[in-house]
Every structure is written in C-alpha cells, then in structure tokens.
Design a binder for this molecule. Structure first.
Ligand code: IPM
Ligand code: MN
Length: 354
C-alpha cells in the first residue's frame, strides 16, 4: 500500500474556496489514475474566521499544519479586514514558521494562451523564478520613531543572512541543473545601490557557482531585468533573487504567461512542509459567481504532486491543463472563459482520467 499523503487544505477568502474545490477535484482524479493516496483535511482559516472569532492562526492549528505532508492554499484577503492582518498573520507567518525558504514561481506560456508580448510565444517564455521567502524586507525588522508627528521616522530593514542567502542560491543551482533546459542561472539584484545586501548575494552566488561548472551564470539589476523580461524573456532560464524583488518580478512574470488565471507557486521547505498556492489574490468582486479561473489553483496542485514525488501525475495534470486551454477555453480571464469555474475543473479532471 502506498503512503498516504496528508494534505491540509486552506480554501481561505473570496474566490479561494471556489478554485481550491476544482484543484482538489483534479488532484483526486490524478490520485485515482496514478494510485496515489491523499487524505485532505480542511482548515477554515481566513477573513471570515478572523471576523467571527478574532483568530488568525491559532497555535494548535499551526502545530497540526507542521505535521502535514503539504498545504494547499486558495487565497487570503478580505475586504472587511485591514490589509496586513491576514497577510502577515497567516500567509507570511506560515512561510516563516514552516521555514519555507523558497518561493518557486514558474513562468511558462502554454500554447493557445494570449501573452501581451507581441511576437513572443511558448518557446520564448519558459523560466522559473526562485524567490527567497523568509528574509529580506519581509523579515519585519524596523520600527517608528516619533510616530504621528511631523518628525516621524519609519525604518524597515532588509535582513540577509549568509545561511539564508546560501541555501536559496544553492537550491536555485540544483533546480537549474535538474530542470536541464538552458542551464543558465541569473542572479537578480541591485549591486549598484544595495551595496551590502547584494554584495553578500553576489559573493555567495559566485562561490556556490564553482560547484556547478555546467551552469552558466549571469547577473541583472532588478530594474533592467524588468525591461528584459518584456523585451527578451527567452534569455532567462532560472532567476534567483531576494524576497521583495522576487515578489515584484513574479507579478510581471504572471502577466507575460497569461495572467493570474494561470500563475501558481510553491512555498518550499525541501526538508519540511511545503505550501502550494495560486499567486493571485482572493478577487472579492468575483466571489460566488463561478466565473473565476481555477487553472492557477490546479497548476499549484500540479506543483504539489511534483513536490511529493509524483512526476507522472504532475505531467498528466499539466497536459490536461494544456488540452483544456486548447480545446475548451475562450480566454483565461475571469468571466471570459466561456465555461464556469467548476466546468473548467471538470474538463481538466476528465483529461487527467484519460
Ligand atoms: C505573494 C503576495 C504576498 C507577498 C502578499 C499577499 C503578502 O503578494 O505571494 O506574492 O507579498 O509575498
Ligand atoms: Mn506578490
């Protein structure tokens, strides 16, 4: 009997529950076909629970999540909850507490998907961003002086540890090697201005690079990289960067791969519990209408399968997504798909079942 994977499902806010339901549908179809055992346990974390009880992430729940094999997350963010409460108290807290030090974000344009980049196609847009996920400006260090006065000072510091930077860069080299495509790793930084933080990144990058002679290395300042991602996305294979720059360039990446309807990511702790999510938000205005695109959540499920060692099942889900786009969808945008959210899930699940 194969091992049972215990998956914590956090549907979350807004359209999160709708897209996660389709993701679970597809994971279940993949499990049936590839004889994988999943046990799903749902957690009602998010804005509704916070408004009802004041709880964001109770200690007991966190302890349970730490014992899971993976977490599958829909979306966090509620119009009646002050910005930051759920993001910091739930999403970032999970990333930090579970030490998910990599945020892996593939940027891949599938055939049939519209990209805003004129003259670029699937062979040009196929890269992966490895974003550091536990440090940098997200570490939460800083504070106010004389808050609320005309002399107010606000300080927010980027934290970069040798250990944190090195484990991220090492992961990126390994990933680039295993991916086995262009075998090129680009460090994205700002060495001309952030002369402490990115000095550490650059030195570490070159030191680790010595262990990977088969990987070509490259460097780009973050501003220039934003430009090249639009002009020449085909230059990139794997990009490694810090938390803040990774956040920004992956929204740009999501747009060139067809938008938030398709972009997914994994918060990875290669030695612990990882969490997979569509990278878009909770889209409150579409909630409950059945018009949101579940493909990003389904793609997050595909990453979950790959992470748990089910490469064939992950590949089947990817092929099913591609078929659904080619055969069944008019557009990837919410409300323009020509199918409802659950119909899209049905199509993908149908193709997975074969
Ligand atoms: C993301 C999101 C989060 C981030 C927010 C919601 C805290 O934008 O996953 O990219 O900044 O990391
Ligand atoms: Mn973001």
């Amino acid at each position: 009997m194969a091992k049972t994977h215990r998956i914590a499902v956090i549907p979350g806010d807004g359209t999160g529950p709708e897209v996660v339901a389709e993701g679970v549908k597809v994971l279940t179809a993949a499990a049936d076909r590839f004889r994988i055992q999943f046990e799903f346990q749902t957690y009602d974390l998010g804005g509704e629970r916070y408004l009802r009880t004041g709880e964001v992430l109770p200690e007991g729940v966190l302890a349970e999540l730490k014992r899971m094999d993976a977490i599958y997350l829909g979306a966090i963010g509620h119009p009646q909850v002050k910005p930051g409460v759920l993001e910091q108290g739930l999403l970032l807290k999970l990333r930090f507490e579970l030490d998910q030090y990599i945020n892996l974000r593939p940027v891949k344009l599938y055939p049939g998907v519209k990209t805003p980049l004129r003259d670029k196609g699937p062979s040009d847009i196929d890269l992966v961003v490895v974003r550091e996920n536990t440090e940098g400006l997200y570490a939460g260090t800083g504070g106010f002086l004389r808050k609320g006065t005309p002399q107010e000072v606000a300080i927010q510091t980027s934290v970069n540890t040798r250990r944190g930077v090195e484990r991220c860069i090492r992961f990126a080299f390994e990933y680039c090697k295993k991916r086995n495509k262009k075998k090129k790793l680009t460090l994205c930084g700002k060495t001309n201005v952030l002369t402490f933080a990115f000095d550490l990144w650059e030195r570490t990058f070159h030191e680790v690079a010595e262990e990977y002679p088969e990987i070509r290395t490259d460097y780009a300042h973050v501003d220039a990289l934003c430009m090249w991602l639009i002009k020449n996305p085909e230059w990139f294979d794997v990009v490694v960067t810090d938390n803040m720059f990774g956040d920004i360039i992956t929204d740009l990446g999501a747009v060139i791969q067809g938008g938030m309807g398709i972009a997914a990511g994994g918060n990875l702790n290669p030695e612990g519990v990882s969490m997979f999510e569509p990278i878009g938000g909770s889209a409150p205005k579409y909630t409950g209408q059945g018009v949101i695109n579940p493909l990003a959540a389904i793609a997050a499920g595909q990453m979950l399968l790959a992470h748990l060692g089910h490469a064939a099942a992950a590949a089947a889900v990817e092929q099913a997504v591609v078929k659904t786009i080619q055969n069944d969808l008019k557009d990837l945008a919410a409300g323009k798909m020509g199918l409802s959210t659950s119909q899209v899930g049905d199509r993908v699940a149908g193709y997975v079942s074969g």
